[in-house]
Design a protein around this ligand. Structure first.
Ligand SMILES: [Mg+2]
Length: 282
């Protein structure tokens, strides 16, 4: 553990979520301290993409990668011997398109795809993907309203209702109805922030992180994982096995010691981290 990393204890406060709910215990989790200095030779960084590194866009294809982010990732990757990777629900090929020309190691499709270095081939899980009939039925939920976006990620399907939040309950009811039959037995339904994701069980961001950590250049390093939504919980959950550090975005989650309020704060932190050693040489 880097010597200068001092962890603040979460502060428990009681507050009313709204007038119809009982008082609930919420934790305020601080951002990583500005004095945090990481030993980049012995640290691995794993980053969720949407809502963590990149601002959520009206539709998944509209996300934007700020140029300074690409430069910071490139600099960090060079400094860390390549031990920085994306852990995302999107397919790796799509992540490559979004970040082009930057390529990074990645666990894509919620761990269904692994690429250890930018030059490697993508290794795909043999676990079955969603069957076509089920995919069609779920896709039809998008016909409820033009604000409902169905994102086919290949290994999984995400139904976004960010632009039609009033349909949230109806979207969930349709999913439950469609998934009543046996064909959903080996699937997981994960409600996130204005999105519901349907994915095969058997792999998740936790298995993805674990697989990356079993191989060079990640093996033996201390992982930091940053994520913002329900599908990231699986990655936070495996961190104790590697003495890792979890950082949430947008609010505290189990397994995260620190929290950033916005993706912009994550980008700024990475930018500073990528210049950490330059500052010390001065
Ligand atoms: Mg996310």
């Amino acid at each position: 553990m880097p010597e200068s990393l001092t962890k603040s204890e979460p502060i428990d406060v009681a507050m009313s979520a709204d007038s119809n709910t009982e008082l609930s215990q919420l934790s305020i989790v601080p951002p990583p301290p500005s004095t945090l200095r990481l030993d980049l030779d012995h640290t691995a960084i794993f980053l969720d993409v949407d809502g963590t590194l990149l601002d959520i866009a009206p539709t998944p294809l509209e996300v934007r990668v700020p140029q300074h982010l690409s430069l910071a990732l490139e600099r960090l990757s060079a400094r860390m011997g390549g031990a920085i990777a994306f852990i995302t629900g999107r397919p790796v090929a799509e992540i490559d398109r979004i970040f082009h020309p930057l390529r990074m190691p990645a666990a894509g499709g919620h761990g269904a795809e692994i690429r250890l270095t930018p030059k490697d081939n993508i290794h795909r899980s043999r676990i079955a993907t969603l069957d076509d009939e089920l995919r069609e039925d779920l896709t039809r939920i998008g016909e409820l309203d033009s604000g409902i976006i169905v994102e086919d990620k290949g290994f999984s399907l995400a139904i976004h209702y960010r632009q039609a939040p009033q349909f949230g309950r109806e979207v969930m009811e349709h999913i439950v109805h469609i998934c009543r039959s046996e064909r959903c037995e080996s699937l997981e339904v994960l409600p996130g922030k204005l999105v519901v994701e349907i994915k095969p069980s058997g792999y998740d961001k936790g298995t993805g992180l674990r697989e990356l950590m079993s191989n060079p250049p990640f093996a033996g390093r201390r992982p930091i994982f940053i994520g913002d939504d329900v599908t990231d919980n699986a990655a936070f959950a495996v961190l104790p096995d590697f003495n890792g550090i979890g950082i949430s975005v947008g609010g505290p989650v189990p397994g995260a010691s620190y929290n950033f309020d916005h993706p912009q704060d994550v980008r700024l932190w990475l930018e500073r981290l990528s210049r950490q050693d330059d500052r010390e040489r001065r």
